[in-house]
Design a protein around this ligand. Sequence first.
Ligand SMILES: O=P(O)(O)OC[C@H]1O[C@H](O[C@H]2O[C@H](CO)[C@@H](O)[C@H](O)[C@H]2O)[C@H](O)[C@@H](O)[C@@H]1O
Length: 247
Amino acid sequence: MDSPAPLPPPPSLAQLLDSGPTALFLDFDGTLVDIAPRPGDIHVPGQLRTRLHDLRDRLEGRLALVSGRALDDLRNHLGDIAICRAGSHGASRFLADGSRLGTEPRGLSPDSVAELRAFAEENGLFYETKAHGGALHFRGNPEKRDATLAFAERFAATRDLCVTSGKGVAELVRPGATKAAAVEAFMRITPFSGAAPVFIGDDVTDEDGFAGAEDFGGFGIAVGERLSARARYRLDCVAAVHNWLEI
Ligand SMILES: O=P(O)(O)OC[C@H]1O[C@H](O[C@H]2O[C@H](CO)[C@@H](O)[C@H](O)[C@H]2O)[C@H](O)[C@@H](O)[C@@H]1O
C-alpha cells in the first residue's frame, strides 16, 4: 500500500484570516499539549487558557476545542473556558456561553465499567474512567496492544458501542461519536457557518476532523510524525502548533 506523501507546512494564520472568515478546530492531547505517560500527567502551560481566549477573540468566536477527553476532564486541566468545545470524541458539545449543543450521550453501565476495569487490571493496563465511554491505555505495556484492541472489539460488538484507537489506547465510545460530527454541528451555526474550517490534530481520530473540515470547504493540518491520509498540511510538534496559532 502506498504511504501518504509528506505534507507541506500550512500558510500562516494571518494569511488565512486575510483570505476570509476562518474557523479553527483544535484537538487537545498531542496538539495543544505534549503526550505524557498517563492522561493525568500532561503539562498544561500556565498561559494556555488565556491565550486560547485571545485566539477566540481574534477569530470572532470561531474557535472550538474538539477532544477525545470528557469535557469535565478538560476543565480540570484548562480551568473554565468560554470557548466552544466538544468532548468525548465530539459527542458532548457546548457553546462558548456554556449552553449545550445537541444531546448528551449515555455513559457506560456499571457492569461494563467493572468488566473493562477487570481486563485492565489483569493485563497491566491503565483504565481511564470517562463520562461517555472508557479507555484502556496500553502505553505502559505496548505488547498488550493487539490483545487490548481485540478485547475492545469483542466487548463493543455485544453492546451499543464502537472502538476508537489512538496513541497507546483503545477506547469504547457510543456510535456516532466522531470529530467530523462535532465539526458539522458547529459549522451549521453562527458564528461558524460560512467560514472556512481548519482542523488541527495529531491522532487517528483527528482524521475524521480533517474530513469534516473538508466537507465544509476547509482542510486539516496534521501534527507530528504520524502519516495522515486526509490532512493537507503538517506541523512538526506541539510547539510548532503554538507558534502557528501565535499563542
Ligand atoms: O482527542 P484528544 O484531545 O487528543 O484526546 C485523545 C485522548 O487523549 C488522552 O490520551 C492520550 O494522551 C495521554 C496523555 O498524553 C496519553 O497518556 C495517552 O497514551 C494518549 O492516548 C486521553 O487520556 C484520552 O481520554 C483521549 O481520548
